[in-house]
Ligand binder design. Structure first.
Ligand SMILES: [Zn+2]
Ligand SMILES: [Zn+2]
Length: 270
């Protein structure tokens, strides 16, 4: 079927909105009408080349939409269901999924190719040339085809423009604080970088019971935003934050640092 989507063709290029042909879903795949998509910083990493992927690629992995069609073996969702996309599949049966580590599901291997799990494309240009989809999704297109293990059913009353953010930014930041760290009650937490992921790391830290959540971000306008998400202090540089951290921790340093800057070497200059 026909679709329109934003495609990156080369490193250093620009997103170009173009006509696309979307394949029929295979037996274990679903066709999704994309209602909303977030623009994640990872999408920008594909443009700058900081995260190398095969190009051309339809952007977007934070998607929310409505299932239009399902393959013959699909059991998890049905047409009409509202879903959010998963940028790493959760097959539920591989070694890692059964250990509770679905974030490294075996079926995520090869996702940087943008091709479906069978190695073929689900997007083509109007000349029939294959185009990948970011993490096998491509939510910058108004229609996408993905494996059923890359969709999570949503309650119908959750707005799509909010649900799509939970696909990556919310889960990544909240999970970093609550699961990966994990933040414990009473902790002093430093969050470096208050973008979409950082903002949700702050919320996760607050939810986990941190006593102090200190945000560092060079953007002045983030100082007020930080408080709204639950930060107890915010500074535009690590040097400004240091005296408070020393005071709160008897000079020992914070219990947890969550680094959510655009590039890790961004921290060195500040
Ligand atoms: Zn993302
Ligand atoms: Zn798995």
């Amino acid at each position: 079927m026909k679709a329109r989507g934003a495609v990156i063709h080369q490193v250093g290029g620009q997103w170009e909105v173009q006509d696309l042909e979307v394949s029929e879903p295979a037996e274990d795949e679903i066709l999704v009408k994309v209602m909303a998509s977030g623009l994640c910083h990872s999408d920008d990493h594909f443009v700058t080349g900081d995260i190398p992927v095969n190009l051309p690629m339809v952007g977007g992995h934070e998607g929310a939409g409505i299932v239009e069609k399902v393959g013959s073996r699909v059991t998890r969702v049905k047409p009409g269901d509202h879903i959010a996309t998963l940028f790493i599949p959760a097959c539920g049966v591989c070694k890692y999924c059964v250990r509770g580590q679905s974030y490294i599901c075996n079926n995520g291997a090869g996702m940087e190719t943008g091709m479906a799990m069978d190695g073929t494309a689900r997007f083509h240009d109007t000349d029939g040339n294959p185009i990948g989809g970011v993490t096998r999704l491509g939510s910058f297109s108004n229609y996408l085809v993905c494996h059923e293990t890359q969709a999570v059913k949503l309650p119908d009353d959750i707005p799509f423009d909010l649900a799509c953010l939970v696909s990556c930014g919310v889960a990544t930041g909240y999970g970093a604080a609550v699961n990966a760290a994990p933040v414990r009650p009473g902790d002093v937490v430093l969050v470096m970088g208050l973008g979409g992921v950082g903002a949700n790391a702050v919320q996760g830290a607050k939810h986990a019971g941190a006593d102090h959540i200190i945000v560092v971000d060079p953007a002045e306008n983030k100082m007020e935003l930080a408080a709204g998400f639950g930060a107890t202090a915010a500074f535009t540089s690590i040097d400004e934050a240091r005296p408070l951290i020393a005071q709160l921790t008897n000079g020992q340093g914070v219990d947890v640092t969550i680094v959510t800057v655009g590039r890790v070497d961004d921290t060195s200059a500040r």
